[in-house]
Design a protein around this ligand. Structure first.
Ligand SMILES: NC(=O)c1ccc[n+]([C@@H]2O[C@H](COP(=O)([O-])OP(=O)(O)OC[C@H]3O[C@@H](n4cnc5c(N)ncnc54)[C@H](OP(=O)(O)O)[C@@H]3O)[C@@H](O)[C@H]2O)c1
Length: 262
């Protein structure tokens, strides 16, 4: 990358991952053109405007994916675009299925568009993103974790696995993928594949007084564990935040923003 001023765009900047991305980009000296749907909604923008460097190098733009051309002024003049904005409609009968389908189709369309238009595209595919919040609202991943943790005091869970990764690693991976010229293709950014009950065990170790049931609903053999290669992620220089730290920081954010009392 050349030139004195490094200008990039972050779409959906008020989101969970994007807020961390904006924070780290400002820390690294970038000028950030950040899109939100409503520039006047303080709940979505105040935490961004309070970041170090924001006064000098953060510019907010109003843009909606459903309005053709509304991103043009934000993207104009940028050396790179971090596209995280994602409309999620949850009115369908199986929202999870539609979400996965929408992400698959969106990525396919992005690769086709990039090829046809000579754009250097890199895709970052994280698992369930956890870790500290820097905004007062929950995205879908922390809503899922919060529900899981709250229900874990009263329900015994079926056996199941989750793929977890810290939001700081995900934001960092985006920037590394942009800055490292050799970065290309798709990157799975996942710290750990783990059984739910093991997550509850770690949480119980961290918060012994917090009521969590740590077992599955039946005594059948557990689903076989599997791993996802971290080689490609490590080629971006990512050394993952330990899961215990991510879980503790998630819970501390839940407490700090009043979503949970422990
Ligand atoms: N969190 C995870 O576990 C996870 C895992 C894998 C992939 N991802 C993907 O990573 C991206 C960011 O996730 P996140 O958890 O940070 O999401 P998030 O906190 O829910 O943020 C998503 C952002 O998308 C914006 N948005 C929604 N509809 C929009 C529209 N029609 N036009 C423009 N912007 C719109 C929202 O902006 P406003 O605030 O302005 O309304 C919101 O800030 C998404 O593409 C998500 O699918 C997330």
């Amino acid at each position: 990358m050349s030139g004195e001023e490094k200008v990039v765009c972050v779409t959906g900047a008020s989101g969970y991952i994007a807020s961390w991305l904006v924070k780290l980009l400002l820390q690294r000296g970038y000028t950030v053109k950040a899109t939100v749907r409503d520039t006047k909604d303080l709940k979505k923008t105040e935490h961004l405007l309070a970041l170090d460097g924001a006064k000098e190098r953060l510019k907010l733009f109003k843009a909606n994916l459903l309005d053709e051309g509304s991103f043009d002024s934000a993207v104009d003049g940028c050396q790179g675009v971090f596209h995280t904005a994602s409309p999620v409609f949850i009115t369908a009968s199986d929202p999870q299925l539609w979400y996965v389908l929408s992400k698959t189709l969106a990525e396919e369309a992005a690769w086709k568009f990039a090829e046809e238009n000579g754009i250097d595209l890199v895709a970052i595919n994280p698992g369930l993103v956890i870790g500290p919040l820097i905004q007062p609202t929950l995205g879908f991943s922390l809503e899922t974790v919060l529900k899981l943790v709250k229900d874990a005091g009263t329900e015994v869970f079926p056996d199941g696995m989750c793929i977890l990764v810290d939001v700081r690693d995900v934001a960092n991976a985006h920037i590394q993928a942009f800055e490292i010229p050799a970065a290309s293709g798709r990157y799975c950014i996942n710290a750990k594949v783990i059984h739910y009950f093991e997550v509850f065990k770690i949480l119980h170790g961290l918060y012994p007084t917090f009521n969590l049931l740590e077992k599955c609903e039946d005594d059948k053999p557990l689903l076989p564990a599997y791993k996802i290669s971290q080689d490609k992620a490590e080629s971006l220089g990512i050394s993952f935040v330990p899961l215990e730290v991510s879980l503790r920081d998630t819970m501390e954010s839940f407490k700090e923003y009043g979503f949970l009392t422990i």
